[in-house]
Write a protein that binds this ligand. Structure first.
Ligand code: FES
Length: 149
């Protein structure tokens, strides 16, 4: 193994250990590390942004067609809790109607993550709030309103 990959593996191990000892489940850590829903959707039909009281900011990109969320990505400028919650939540709302996506609760996101530190519960709240905001923006025609809505 090269020196560079050794360093990277050690960094990864340290990050995992730190998050684990702070109270993040393995599943939440994986969401945080994979970041698979992080980024921009070029063909988004709804884009909304929200900054929480903590100063962390999220920008969500939804591709909505026929009232269904076909795809979802999100940019997160924030803590591991915010990133893990946002990645999980995007998976959870994909394929749902707008009304069903609005029914996703903080508790549902927490269950999907399995565990995050108590003081990070508001990161889940921020994630759910931006989903609600995007859907309400979309329904009221604020921002990039999707066709057929
Ligand atoms: Fe702000 Fe986590 S500390 S969302």
């Amino acid at each position: 193994m090269s020196e560079v990959s050794n360093v990277l593996n050690n960094d990864l191990k340290t990050t995992k250990e730190l998050l684990s000892s702070s109270g993040y489940s393995d599943k939440a850590i994986q969401y945080y590390l994979d970041k698979k829903n992080m980024g921009v959707l070029d063909d988004a039909t709804q884009v909304s942004e929200l900054t929480g009281h903590c100063g962390d900011t999220m920008k969500i990109f939804l591709k909505i067609d026929d009232g269904i969320i076909r795809d979802a990505k999100i940019q997160v400028l924030g803590c591991p809790g915010a990133i893990a919650a946002a990645m999980a939540a995007m998976d959870m709302i994909k394929g749902k109607t707008l009304d069903d996506a609005l029914k996703v609760t903080d508790r549902d996101i927490f269950r999907e993550l399995e565990d995050i530190p108590d003081q990070k519960q508001h990161c889940i709240r921020l994630t759910n709030k931006i989903i609600e905001k995007a859907i309400n923006d979309c329904k009221s025609g604020n921002g990039n309103s999707p066709k057929g809505e």
